[in-house]
Design a protein around this ligand. Structure first.
Ligand SMILES: [Mn+2]
Length: 426
C-alpha cells in the first residue's frame, strides 16, 4: 500500500479548521514571548529520524515472540513501511539496515524504491552478536574481543563487508554494537578483552571510506550479565579516540543504568565533538526498548535541551545521526513508531522554546528557581499545533495516528502480505 496526496487530503479535511485556530493561538503566544515561529517550524520540519529495519516487525523477549499481522518480510517491504511512516509524519526520511538480514539482491532497484519514498540510507549495522548460517567461527565467547584471532578476524571481515554494502546504497556510517562481555567473574580478562576490541575496531576503521563515520555504541549489561566490554560512554569515547577523527560515540537511551544523567553525557560528548549518533527509546528498568516518551518525557526534554544547545554551540561536533531503536512486543509496530516520532518531535520543539540567553543570565546570577522555571515553562507548553503545522506544510498528516487508522493501513498490509508474514532480523 502507498499513501498518496489524495489520501492525505482526505484524512486532513475534517481537522483543518480546528487546527488553524489552535495554531494561530499558539503562534500568537510564542511571538509575544519573542520566539521566531517560522524558524522553529523549519527546525521541526528539518528534523528527520531514521527507522531501523528491525523495528518494523513485532519484537519479542527471551520468553517468546508474538508476531504482528502483515509484517514486512523483505527489504522492499521494509522500505515500503518506512515510506508509509514518512508520508504520514514527514519526519522519518531514512532507513537504517541490518546485515546480514537486509542484503539487497538488486542494488539499483532498492535504491530506486527508497528514492521513490523520499528515503535515504542511514547508518548500516553489523551483527556479531549471534552465529550466522555457514559461519566457521562462533561468537559464543565474544566477537571483536574474542581471545581467538580467527574469531576476531571473522568479525572484522563481517564489518568490512557491511561497509561495502552500505557504500553501494549511499550510507555514510557504520554502527558497531557489541554483545561481547562475560556472564561470571573470572570468565574473561578485562584488559585483554578491551585491548582486542580496540585492535579490532582500529582494523575496521582502516577500511572506512574518507567521508564515513564509525559509531561505537555502549551498553552496561545484557546479553552478558556480569560485564560488557564497552560498558559506558567513557569506554566508547576512549575507543573512538584511539580509532581516529571519523570515530564517534553513539548514545542509546536504553543503554544506561536507571537514573543515569544522560543529558550530561550528551553535553560532555558534544563539547568534545564526539557525539556521532543517537538512538531513541524509553525505559523503566533496563534496556526496555519502549515507545519514546512513554515513561520519562521530562528526561527526554532535558536530553533534547542538551542536544539543541550542542547543535547551536558546538561546531566541533558533527550533526548527529538520529534513529529510533525501540521494540514493539504488543503494539502495531507502525503505530508504535508514529507515537515515538511524535514524542521526539515534541521534545525537540519544546527544547527549541528554551530561551538560552535568559537561562544563561539566570545561571550567572545563581537564580536557581528561575533556571528551573525557564526549563519547565518550555516543557509545559503544548507544542502539538506547531508539529501539526510543520507536517501540514511538508505534505503530511495533521494527525498521523488517526490517519493511519482511518486509512486502515494495517488491514491493507495484511491483504497484501498475508496474516502470517514475519519480519526478518532483530
Ligand atoms: Mn541501539
Amino acid at each position: 500500500m502507498r499513501i498518496d496526496n489524495n489520501h492525505v487530503e482526505e484524512i486532513n479535511r475534517s481537522g483543518i479548521k480546528e487546527h488553524a485556530s489552535r495554531f494561530d493561538f499558539l503562534a500568537g503566544i510564542l511571538q509575544k514571548g519573542g520566539h521566531d515561529v517560522n524558524s522553529i517550524l523549519k527546525k521541526v520540519s528539518d528534523f528527520q529520524v531514521a527507522i531501523p529495519s528491525w523495528a518494523l516487525g513485532a519484537g519479542g523477549t527471551r520468553f517468546g515472540r508474538f508476531g504482528y499481522k502483515g509484517e514486512p518480510a523483505t527489504l522492499s517491504q521494509k522500505i515500503d513501511d518506512v515510506g508509509l511512516l514518512h508520508k504520514l509524519t514527514q519526519s522519518a526520511g531514512a532507513i537504517s539496515i541490518h546485515i546480514p538480514w537486509d542484503i539487497p539482491t538488486d542494488y539499483s532497484s532498492i535504491k530506486e524504491l527508497a528514492n521513490s519514498h523520499g528515503l535515504v540510507f542511514d547508518a548500516v549495522n553489523s551483527n556479531t552478536f549471534q552465529d550466522q548460517v555457514n559461519a566457521t567461527e562462533t561468537y559464543k565467547y565474544g566477537s571483536l574481543s574474542n581471545v581467538e584471532k580467527a574469531v576476531r578476524d571473522q568479525a572484522i571481515e563481517h564489518n568490512k563487508e557491511v561497509i561495502q554494502i552500505g557504500e553501494k546504497l549511499g550510507s555514510k556510517s557504520l554502527t558497531v554494537w557489541l554483545a561481547d562481555g562475560s556472564n561470571f567473574p573470572g570468565q574473561t580478562n578485562f584488559q585483554k578483552a578491551l585491548q582486542h576490541t580496540q585492535d579490532s575496531l582500529i582494523s575496521i576503521y582502516k577500511s572506512l571510506p574518507d567521508d564515513w563515520k564509525l559509531f561505537i555504541e555502549y551498553k552496561p549489561y545484557e546479553p552478558n550479565f556480569y560485564s560488557t566490554v564497552i560498558q559506558d560512554w567513557g569506554t566508547s569515547l576512549m575507543l573512538a579516540n584511539e580509532c581516529g577523527e571519523k570515530a564517534y560515540t553513539l548514545v542509546d537511551l536504553g543503554h544506561h543504568l536507571p537514573n543515569t544523567n544522560i543529558e550530561q553525557i550528551v553535553a560532555t560528548l558534544m563539547l568534545k565533538g564526539k557525539l556521532g549518533g543517537f538512538h531513541f527509546n524509553d525505559s523503566k528498568y533496563g534496556d526496555d526498548d519502549l515507545t519514546v516518551g512513554s515513561i520519562k518525557p521530562y528526561s527526554l526534554f532535558l536530553i533534547f535541551n542538551a542536544l539543541v544547545y550542542g547543535i547551536e554551540n558546538n561546531p566541533q561536533n558533527p550533526y548527529p545521526a538520529w534513529m529510533i531503536d525501540a521494540s514493539h512486543n504488543i503494539k502495531d509496530p507502525l503505530e508504535d513508531l508514529i507515537q515515538s516520532l511524535e514524542a521526539i518531535q515534541e521534545a525537540h520543539a519544546k527544547a527549541l522554546l528554551v530561551d538560552q540567553n535568559l537561562l544563561e543570565e539566570a545561571q550567572l546570577s545563581h537564580d536557581v528557581v528561575k533556571s528551573q522555571e525557564i526549563l519547565q515553562d518550555a516543557f509545559r507548553t503544548d507544542v502539538r499545533p506547531l508539529l501539526k503545522e510543520a507536517r501540514l506544510m511538508a505534505g503530511g498528516a495533521l494527525n498521523p495516528l488517526h490517519g493511519y487508522r482511518q486509512l486502515k493501513v494495517r488491514n491493507e498490509l495484511i491483504k497484501e502480505r498475508g496474516i502470517d508474514s514475519v519480519a526478518s532480523g532483530l
